[in-house]
Design a protein around this ligand. Structure first.
Ligand code: BES
Ligand code: ZN
Length: 625
């Protein structure tokens, strides 16, 4: 079939400096090749010439908002290799050397999601490829923040977000989760700033702004990370600690005081932590995610600084990725549930170990309710994205980031745990992580492993494994989650809805954030603005400093046009760039016929958002950038 495709559809590589050739050549696009070989459709890299080690030498210019760097790659080739392919996105390549010799290279045409393939001719004995380059204005992984966008307002800030395929916008790399490499780096920043990476990290500022990093464990490029700012460090234990801007450091150290306990709980569950130190950095509020599992240094949103440690399950989640994802890695973004579903499962287990079953079951209950709501919505619009095994070819892998890989994945694993019992399941998981560490996993390989090492034929059938993985929607053997504490909340809310009576003080005084979240999430669509005002007067939801409470509260209040919440909605959307909060809040405005308000707010907020959040909100709001 392939060979009959018109030449126009084939990818054209155009030869570049230093010896531009006139003739264009064609080869298959990553999508076409994926159809033939099952390889990662989101990378131009090929198996016959792969990177093994990166030596990155970079200068970070806040003045020009540019990273200027040399990426020196040690490579390994197979017999007959004639080219090595890299992924790039809006990088300006200055020159390319192979084993010290300046070499001509070629670039493919630009694809909106994939960027460009960089083809460098090599011989099969080639050992080293050096690429001198600088980042472009559209470097989608990077967010350059002005001083006003930080907590302390005194210094600019830079952070990266490489997952899923954005590493290529700041390093020319083989940007597939299936390609691992070790790295070292030398990074030069302004002398009053600290630089941190997903590697061995400094604990204090250097005099000259030069920092050296080493990452001796092999990682895929979506785990490459860099943060630069006026950042200080505080230790929590010998191997854990927190980085934050000075004004947030004390609050951060308080919030994450249980870091060491979490690492110990995780190790007791599924084996040794493989990465040396485990630290966390609290980023400025525009960070588009809750957290990102960059090895050795989790990146986290400041919106989990609730002051009462109530939102630390996010830390358990990112920590869990040190096994699920960072050790055993999804082979392609279609297998994303192998990263996130396992991680949500592991997260709940860490929370149970550290805070007790009652607590973790409240979390599981919230997860279950969220999953059912999301799946019902998705079944109407994009039913195929409710399968665990995704098909993201030709699409932005970001489209796969929904509650399906996370929460359907979680409940699939929980169902298996309930089917075989915890003892067998834990032994299975421990062996799975230890047996595949620093390797990739496909959904299909996992199923083979599952049959060989856990489920009998009867168990496989009773779980309905194939239905969970390959069919749409949520199978009706979705595990139940009981929570006595939520039952009390249900009763109290029903009482209010029936008679207007508020929850008895002695009952609500003992409620945690999660009971309040369940309370707010359970408010029905039929509630009136007057009823919401009464709840607000009693429980001060609009004034809450807990980001999860705020985002949950925006739902019923926007729907019922409870106007007192609007100023808070606006200030929240302008100051916070975390996509998980932005999407439902803007959607709520649109659904309530408040499209004008949504766009007015977005106009002010958009400059503060990271490219990842901007892309999603542009689409949602029909924004012409
Ligand atoms: N690895 C993800 C974030 C991510 C996924 C970034 C895909 C880009 C593409 C991270 O571990 C994550 O899941 N974060 C969640 C945390 C939550 C589930 C506790 C988030 O940001 O909300
Ligand atoms: Zn995750």
């Amino acid at each position: 079939m392939k060979s009959f495709l018109p030449a126009l559809l084939a990818l054209a590589f155009v030869a570049c400096k230093p010896n531009p050739q006139e003739n264009q050549e064609s080869s298959m696009t990553p999508s076409e090749e994926a159809m033939e070989t099952g390889k990662d459709p989101h990378s131009y890299a090929k198996a016959d010439a792969q990177v093994k080690h990166l030596n990155w030498d970079a200068n970070i210019s806040f003045e020009n908002k540019v990273i200027e760097a040399l990426a020196e790659w040690e490579i390994e080739t197979q017999t007959g290799a004639e080219n090595i392919f890299f992924d790039i996105y809006d990088l300006e390549i200055d020159s390319v050397l192979v084993d010290g010799e300046k070499t001509a290279y070629a670039l493919s045409s630009f694809d909106e999601h994939l960027g460009q393939g960089l083809r460098i001719p090599i011989s099969e004995s080639a050992k080293k490829v050096s690429i001198y380059y600088r980042t472009g204005d559209d470097a989608r992984a990077l967010q350059w923040l002005d001083a006003e966008q930080t907590a302390d307002k005194g210094h600019p800030f830079l952070f990266t977000q490489s997952q899923a395929i954005l590493a290529r916008s700041w390093v020319p790399t083989q940007d597939s989760p299936g390609v691992r490499f070790t790295y070292e780096a030398k990074v030069k920043v302004p002398s009053d700033m600290l630089a941190l990476m997903s590697a061995s990290n400094p604990m204090e500022k250097s005099a000259d702004g030069v920092y050296s990093f080493e990452m001796p464990q092999a990682i895929p490029s979506y785990l490459l990370a860099l943060s630069v700012g006026n950042i200080n460090f505080e230790a929590i234990s010998d191997r854990t600690g927190v980085y934050a801007e000075p004004s947030l450091l004390e609050a951060s150290a308080y919030e994450f005081a249980d870091l060491e306990k979490m690492v110990q709980a995780a190790e007791e569950l599924y084996g040794p932590y493989a990465w040396g130190r485990y630290d966390l950095i609290v980023l400025p509020p525009s960070f588009p995610f809750g957290g990102m599992e960059n090895p050795r240094l989790t990146f986290a949103t400041p919106t989990i600084l609730a002051g009462d440690r109530s939102l630390v399950s996010l830390v358990a989640h990112e920590l869990a990725h040190s096994w699920s994802g960072n050790l055993v890695t999804n082979a392609t973004w279609d297998d994303f549930w192998l990263n996130e579903g396992f991680t949500v499962y592991f997260e709940h287990r860490i929370m149970e170990a550290v805070y007790g079953r009652e607590y973790s079951e409240m979390l599981a209950n919230l997860t279950r309710a969220g999953l059912q709501e999301a799946a019902a919505d998705m079944l109407k619009e994009m039913p195929n994205d409710t399968k665990l095994k995704l098909d993201l070819e030709g699409r932005n892998p970001d489209d796969g980031v929904t509650s399906i890989p996370y929460d359907k994945g979680y409940f699939f694993l929980r169902l298996m745990e309930e089917t075989v019992g915890r003892e067998r399941f834990d032994e299975f998981l421990t062996n799975y992580f230890q047996g595949h560490k620093f390797q990739v996993m496909t959904t299909e390989e996992f199923l083979v492993y599952l049959k060989a090492n856990l489920l009998s034929e009867e168990e496989y059938a009773s779980v309905r494994v194939d239905e969970w993985i390959y069919e749409t929607g949520i199978p009706d053997n979705l595990p139940e989650v009981e929570s006595d504490r939520f039952a009390v909340v249900d009763e109290a809310l029903n009482g209010f809805l029936m008679s207007g009576e508020l929850v008895a003080e002695d009952i609500s005084a003992a409620w945690t954030t999660h009971e309040w979240l369940h309370f707010i999430n359970s408010i029905p669509d039929t509630v009136s603005a007057e009823q919401l005002a009464k709840l607000d007067a009693a429980y001060k939801f609009t004034a809450s400093n807990n980001s999860e409470i705020s985002a949950a509260w925006f739902q019923p209040t926007i729907a019922a046009a409870y106007e007192a919440v609007y100023p808070k909605v606006e200030s929240f959307l302008i100051s916070v760039g975390r996509r998980k909060f932005l999407t439902p809040t803007y959607k709520a405005l649109l659904n309530a016929d408040q499209g004008e308000m949504a766009k007015d707010i977005y106009k002010k907020a958009r400059p503060n958002y990271h490219a990842v959040s901007r892309e999603t909100m542009d689409n949602l709001l029909g924004w012409e950038a």
